[in-house]
Design a protein. Structure first.
Length: 144
């Protein structure tokens, strides 16, 4: 049973999954903040990010976190944008814009292909004979 310190309040807690970084009390507080923001946006026609923060008492940072998580994407919010972590372009959800996601994805694919080509291949039969050694799995011999 693993114990972690809550990244928000410092309290010890047992995480349900490895992704849990905050305790149950802080999760409930965050859900209450989300409910406030969602209701305020629903009741007021296209409020600004700063206005929403001031009226609900929820920090701009936390509202941006909700946007990055994609929790406010279903609502038509023209002023609610966050910056791409790579190129700082305005985006409406996630951490990266579409162009940066594609570039990062292509980079990962090429790195994966490069790594696979660098992995040592199994020695050929001729190479084994030249070394004069033969390696076997001893467990096979013991079972007989």
């Amino acid at each position: 049973m693993d114990l972690k310190n809550c990244s928000r309040c410092g309290q010890l807690f047992t995480p349900i999954t490895s992704r849990n970084k905050i305790c149950r009390d802080c999760q409930q507080e965050e859900e209450e903040d989300f409910r406030k923001v969602k209701e305020y946006i629903y009741d007021n026609f296209q409020p600004t990010l700063v206005e929403t923060s001031e009226e609900t008492g929820v920090s701009v940072k936390r509202i941006k976190k909700f946007i990055r998580e994609g929790r406010l994407i279903e609502m038509d919010l023209s002023d609610f944008k966050v910056e791409c972590k790579r190129c700082e372009a305005d985006i409406v959800e996630g951490d990266y814009c579409k162009e940066c996601r594609n570039e990062l994805s292509e980079g990962l694919k090429s790195q994966s292909k490069k790594k696979q080509s660098e992995e040592p291949q199994e020695p050929k039969e001729q190479e084994i004979k030249q070394k004069g050694r033969m390696y076997t799995d001893r467990r096979k011999w013991r079972d007989k």
